[in-house]
Design a protein around this ligand. Sequence first.
Ligand code: ATP
Length: 223
Amino acid sequence: MTASEPLRGEGPLPLLGGTFDPIHFGHLRPAEEVRAALGAERFLLIPCGDPPHRDSPLTSAEHRLALTRAAVEGREAAEVLDWEVRAEGPSYTVRTLEWLRERLGRRPIVTMIGSDAFTQLHHWHQWQRLLELTHIAALRRPGAPLQSLEEPLATALAGRWAQRPEDLAEEPAGRVMAFDVTRLDISATEIRQLVAAGRSPRFLLPRTAEDYIAAHELYRQAP
Ligand code: ATP
């Protein structure tokens, strides 16, 4: 696959980045619901290479990329972008968005972020630049309410809130919208802990990803 193939098409392009260590239904179902709400053909999954915001992931970028690919194999509604894994240096979202913006012209980009991460947005690298490059879709996640955002985030977002998905199609970037997606209390941490304890993670993630974990003996060691 060439790097630009996942970028084909028109209209708002929803994307979800993450460590995906491993990817699970708590990522996939909310992303699918935002895709449908936007009327987009597909969403992009972008596994990160070297994450700047947390301790190094336990699993190599190549395994996390392969897991992500396995999870959406044969599903046309989802595509995997390997750019962050292939790029040198730290995986800053702003860097990926600059790269995408160069290729997408004025096409709207909708970056999906779980509410836990969204409330910490003001700690991201060049966070104020993000809204020049993308819209943001905040996915409500169990245990992480979106009310009472901290400063300076609350002020930076004031006046940018959209109420309807169609609002995000009007401009390439700059709006924020909360999406009431199905709340799935699933985390990658929980899956790693289950596997390390010798228990099955079945039904928390796609079967293909579960099989990849078993075949490559991932997460057997407790951290
Ligand atoms: P970990 O448990 O290792 O911290 P995670 O399950 O939170 O991992 P990440 O790969 O760190 O997964 O998350 C990528 C993105 O998906 C983040 O924006 C995160 O907020 C969001 N996300 C993860 N799990 C969910 C979920 N269950 N519901 C909604 N959003 C989620």
